[in-house]
Design a protein around this ligand. Sequence first.
Ligand code: AHR
Length: 508
Amino acid sequence: MGNQENPTAKITIDPAFVVGPVRRKTFGAFVEHLGRCVYTGIFEPEHPKADEDGFRTDVLELTKELGVSTVRYPGGNFVSGYRWEDGVGPKGDRPTRLDLAWHSSDPNLVGVDEFAKWSEKAGVEPMMAVNLGTRGTQEALDLLEYSNIKGGTALSEQRKANGAVEPHNIKMWCLGNEMDGFWQIGHKKAGEYARVAAETARAMRMVNPDLELVACGSSAPTMPTFGEWERVVLNETYELVDLISAHQYFEDFGDLQEHLSAGHRMEAFIKDLVSHIDHVKSAIKSQKQVNISFDEWNVWHMSRDESKAPTGDDWPVAPVLLEDRYTVADAVVVGDLLITLLRNTDRVHSASLAQLVNVIAPIMTEPGGRAWKQTTFHPFALTSQHAAGTVLNLAVESPRLDSEKTSGFTALSAVATYDAEANEAVVFAVNRSATDALTLDGAVGSLNPARVIEAVTYTNKDPYWQATADDSTSVLPSENVSVKLDGGRLTTELPAVSWSMIRLALNS
Ligand code: AHR
């Protein structure tokens, strides 16, 4: 029984109600040539912990611990002005270029070969974006030939001469980035982008038919062209691509309850996007299913000073940019966003937390110094580590909440995964209330549970607590002692502003 004073949310879990598989690609991240993500983030040859290739081994370790699957590269806005050829060959010959997207300079010491090597060391799959801003089909084809052809052609031989004897075999490719955005270098109208995306996709498939191609969707659900952009782009590319991208960032403007509704707003965006995709599918009478690559998502305090790019004559290399410090509340939101992505695993086939290191990131570094975990690291790492098997559709009865701009969202956001092989089920749950604890009352008899393996909750009396380099460990996910499993009934208390994970061992 729950605490009588708390509102109660009821869930029913049944292993027969399958949404789809837990996809490893849900746990992707993003490395952009932006601020200190690459230079002094993943790459810092002078650092005492750098390996023989200049990669920070402390960051490699944390990337593995985070449980990242795919990593999108090299942008982001950066890619729309990028010449990939600048980043290959002897380092001494590589030019320093202006990066117009972030008003910085890029020495090009990391390029496709280094990123492929880093990905191998990190145990992640690279997801490459091509420049469809200032460049087009030919340059995308050149990068594909350089990366994926075994040998015997000009560009594949060039790669081999540069030391990468084996092809990188990059399977996932983004056809540009946020081409609907006025800020994007080479920003295009939907029809213009649709044309170049279709031509590029068709030609890239002539090289490697089984690539996984991602067309640019809208850069936010608030874009005035959202919906119409997808219709026009998919009309032309539907049979040529596998996925369409979704990007969405959430900011805390000081209204905690509004901030905590982020998962609800992401869910609404996914449902809308699915309608737009399926409208085109139906209109063109296609048998194929295009799905979603949610390849930029996170909390980003975009209007704060740390997000302002340099101006004027100042074009620094690796400036401090977008180095948001995250609170426990931000981590609860990130946990909820991941729950939302999992809940929609039937249509969200890939996702990338933006970004990985230093730039709106779960991992932070000091140049020459320490690497440490932000609050958002924890729900991501635990979900990636323990979500396995299939995602289950829960029956949920939850009290509803209202905030300033968002109304009628459930206080409870939850998802369960069921791993038949390991005989384990996991419930991930967020209490979105800024003020009240919530009793979770679960009917779990159909799972035939044996015992609770582990129950942890991430919360804090001060939801605005932030980790720092000096103290990143005094607030961590800790044991939730209120969890009770009584036959087929699972109960627990979820504090206000909290993220929880309950792992159940099942009878076989
Ligand atoms: O992730 C930061 C930026 O956000 C990316 O460069 C861009 O694609 C988006 O607007």
